[in-house]
Design a binder for this molecule. Structure first.
Ligand SMILES: C[S@@+](CC[C@H](N)C(=O)[O-])C[C@H]1O[C@@H](n2cnc3c(N)ncnc32)[C@H](O)[C@@H]1O
Length: 278
């Protein structure tokens, strides 16, 4: 294994000035990166999909942890720096230049279950997160998809993902992330850890997939939460009016129609979706 220069030197050597358009804020602290790479547990010999490796700070940490990494990066300027990592960790890193939003991740990972780690621009991160959580086959690793997600978000978005009923942050994202998965706020990351520092604080969310509850259609649940949180200040009897059968289902499972969406727990949404005929 060749010794690598500090990531700051790699960035300087390849002239990787951070592009605002690509949402680039780099992490340079290798101890912090090692702690992030440890969040999914022991990765020795595990398959990891890293989206948006940039100059490869987190990639190095994952390789040091013994993972087999496939990295999807849109910015061609980063490829020479990533090639150096491939040389330093022979056989452990595959780099794909492309847009992670357009690629089939199961295909990229050749059908083997994988962990996802990523520090992405926030808009791309949220869109991919929703896609990873909306799969029809569940748990996803059964069909060669992800085993865990370890993702950096704007702190406010991370709080919405792990929020519980009865809080202002609770909404569609929380129900999506929690109804058949477990989502934890794994680490808060100060804005000053990034180069250049973004305007807001960040946090890492760690998600593992659980068993889907029996008799619940994902699309029905989605329709319910969309209607309920679309008018979150309104009583359910008003916000769910347009969902056929929802008022009867509420009565059947004992949810008062005068309640508002943000008081309805994830388990209650599950019961409601189960009681609704498709
Ligand atoms: C916030 S930077 C993080 C870089 C590095 N992982 C780190 O932690 O220092 C996000 C990276 O994602 C890349 N990126 C942005 N959109 C992407 C997309 N749709 N597909 C793949 N990579 C993308 C950017 O080029 C950039 O390198």
């Amino acid at each position: 294994m060749t010794t690598l220069p500090p990531i700051r030197e790699t960035i300087a050597k390849h002239g990787l000035s951070a592009s605002k358009a690509l949402g680039q804020n780099f992490l340079l602290d290798e101890q912090l990166l090692d702690r992030i790479a440890a969040l999914p547990g022991d990765l020795t010999g595990a398959n990891v999909l890293e989206v948006g490796p940039g100059p490869g700070g987190l990639t190095r940490a994952l390789l040091r942890a013994g993972a087999n990494v496939t990295a999807i990066e849109m910015d061609a300027r980063c490829l020479p720096a990533l090639d150096e990592l491939s040389d330093a960790f022979p056989g452990q890193l595959t780099v794909i230049q492309g847009d992670a939003m357009k690629l089939d991740h199961g295909e990229v990972m050749k059908g083997a279950p994988f962990h996802v780690l990523s520090n992405l621009p926030y808009n791309v991160g949220t869109a991919l997160f929703v896609r990873w959580l909306s799969g029809e086959d569940w748990p996803p690793q059964k069909s060669g998809q992800w085993q865990s997600l370890t993702l950096m978000f704007q702190r406010e978005v991370a709080e919405r993902i792990v929020a519980k009923a009865g809080t202002g942050a609770y909404g569609r994202l929380a129900v999506l992330a929690q109804w058949r998965s477990s989502a934890k706020l794994a680490m808060k990351v100060h804005r000053s850890a990034f180069t250049p520092p973004p305007k807001v604080m960040s946090a890492i969310v760690h998600v593992t997939a659980g068993e889907a509850p029996e008799g619940v259609n994902a699309k029905t649940l989605e329709r319910l939460t969309e209607a309920a949180f679309g008018q979150r200040r309104k009583m359910l009897r008003q916000s769910l009016k347009g969902v056929p059968g929802a008022l009867d289902a509420m009565e059947a499972v004992g949810i008062e129609p005068t309640r508002r969406a943000e008081t309805v727990s994830v388990d209650e949404f599950i019961a409601l979706a189960r009681a609704l005929k498709d």
